[in-house]
Ligand binder design. Structure first.
Ligand SMILES: [Zn+2]
Length: 201
């Protein structure tokens, strides 16, 4: 039975931090200790920021992005080209494309990819909402910016079939995306190039 070096409050903090992606128990301990040492400069503002985001976070009713305003910052930005919708599986992919300054468009967050093995079907994703947005006359192109995995490509084919009757060009990312590659892990140059050299499906 491992012994605790700290009281239950601190142990609880460590356990919660250890659930964060990229942090194991060891890094969680280091992070907790760092926060404790910097409790005025870091822990207090972090705690306030977490609370504030927790209270204000919403899923955008237009695109499915996560933001503190609804519709989200991207949907309400008048400088973006409304004729292009980039469909992504996850908010992380939207953030990755934005980080790469890949395109100045609107987005649609599907909420995942179709995965028969994991029991994810079309009704679990926001595919219907995307198809309905694609029928808006202002929309001229839908870019399927999905992972180069089997599930990502299955989803792309499924959506392409559904968009058959919409007056839009359907494109996908160029092959700069390695097979099996996840967008969030690509370097920004590759991601920006993949958007620029997108191909018609
Ligand atoms: Zn939005």
């Amino acid at each position: 039975m491992p012994t605790s070096v700290a009281g239950p409050e601190i142990e609880r903090l460590i356990q919660l931090l250890a659930r964060l992606p990229g942090l194991g128990p060891r890094s969680a301990r280091r992070a907790a200790l760092h926060l404790i040492k910097k409790r005025e400069q870091l822990m207090a503002p972090l705690s306030a920021a977490l609370q504030r985001v927790f209270e204000t976070i919403q899923v955008c009713r237009v695109c499915g992005n996560i933001d503190s305003q609804n519709p989200c910052t991207v949907c309400t930005d008048g400088r973006r080209d409304p004729s292009i919708i980039v469909a992504v599986a996850d908010v992380a992919d939207l953030w990755a494309l934005e980080r790469a300054h890949a395109i100045n468009s609107r987005y649609h967050v599907l909420g995942g990819t179709l995965s028969p093995l994991e029991g994810v079907g079309p009704d679990d994703l926001t595919i219907d909402a995307l198809v309905s947005r694609a029928h808006d006359s202002v929309v001229k192109e839908v870019i399927l910016a999905l992972n180069a995995t089997v599930d990502g490509q299955t989803t792309a084919h499924y959506i392409t079939d559904l968009l058959h009757n919409a007056e839009v060009k359907v494109t996908r990312l160029a092959h700069g995306v390695p097979v099996g590659g996840e967008l969030d892990y690509l370097d920004e140059g590759t991601l920006a190039a993949a958007i620029r050299q997108r191909t018609l499906i």
